[in-house]
Unconditional design. Sequence first.
Length: 282
Amino acid sequence: MTTPTRLYTGFRFPEGGRWHDGRLWFSDMHTGEIFRVDPDGDQLPEVVTRVDDQPSGLGWLADGSLLISSMLRRVVLKDDMNGSQRVYADLSAMTDAPINDMVVDESGTAYVGGFGYDLYAGAPQENGPLFAISPAGEAYLADSDMVFPNGSVILPGTRTLVVAETWAARLTAFDIGEGGALSGKRLWAPLPAGSTPDGLCVDVEGGVWVSCVANGRFIRVLAGGEVTDIVDVPGRCAADCVLGGPDGRGLYLLTSNSWQPGDTEERQGWIETVRVDVPGRQ
């Protein structure tokens, strides 16, 4: 696979990447800004909204409003994209540690991971929660025993949720039942030793691209663990990846020099891209 082409720089920690409505969207976790851009055009990234916190995962409801995982406040925000923003779901009574990435399914149910411990302060590692939030904004604990649940995807044409467990080097799957309830927890893919899966995206064949945040690598993995493609970004934190572009075959790579807020003030966060063989769903 070819060396990535750098598109944009000047961010601190780009994260929560999504392809939506023909454009690339992402959070800058360490500035509180949410961006969107047409990466095949001439425009610069546009700040569409801001939060007074660290934003992570993004998703949309049927009415077009944007959901934002607000990590340190431990809430999910709803932004109507017209200047109004409110708390959609409050998870602060359910966990003392930051919440994390998020995916929203076609029914409007959101799934949000939680650190489980204070990573930034160097606290001892503990297993973390996975929350589900109904289309009415009602949150509940879907699973309490995951090793730093992080990026999530829903496999195309299925009711299968796949979640990255960052410090366990694996992807874990659940069946999504009526009302969004999860069951059938199982190993979907073990990853190569030392992998640190963060953000995920999925292609039309069900292959999952995995951002290995501490490894400087993006890999495409199939159910069972076969790795079919590798993109190396030496010396970088591989935070997230997104499939998009006019034909869905652009893989957008979100990287930074560090995941620690104290190390990203020089704004060495990048958006890069490579071409891939299997497109994402448009």
